[in-house]
Design a binder for this molecule. Sequence first.
Ligand code: FES
Length: 108
Amino acid sequence: MRACTLAELPEDEGLRLSTVPVTSVFATESGIFCIDDTCTHDTSSLADGWIEGCVVECVLHMARFDLRTGDVVSPPARRPVSTHPVACVDGVVLVALPAAYLVKEQSP
Ligand code: FES
């Protein structure tokens, strides 16, 4: 699905996509990454988290996840978040989500 344009990606947080489950796209110096948005510790949105390198830190209890793999870098989360392939074509960010994911709306 079309996620956004490169210009629409915030520099210091993620961009939540209108999918079920909710996913988010993050721009880092190492590339663009898409993960499931909900922290596996509770229900906080990781798009609101702080990005450092390829790691996002949840704003609620500061669990940290590797954006490249979804793995937990530091607790209190214990389960990884799902990651999804990303491609960038002519300034448009495309993400490949599992067939079971619903797209509620798409950007024009
Ligand atoms: S909800 Fe993310 S660390 Fe608790």
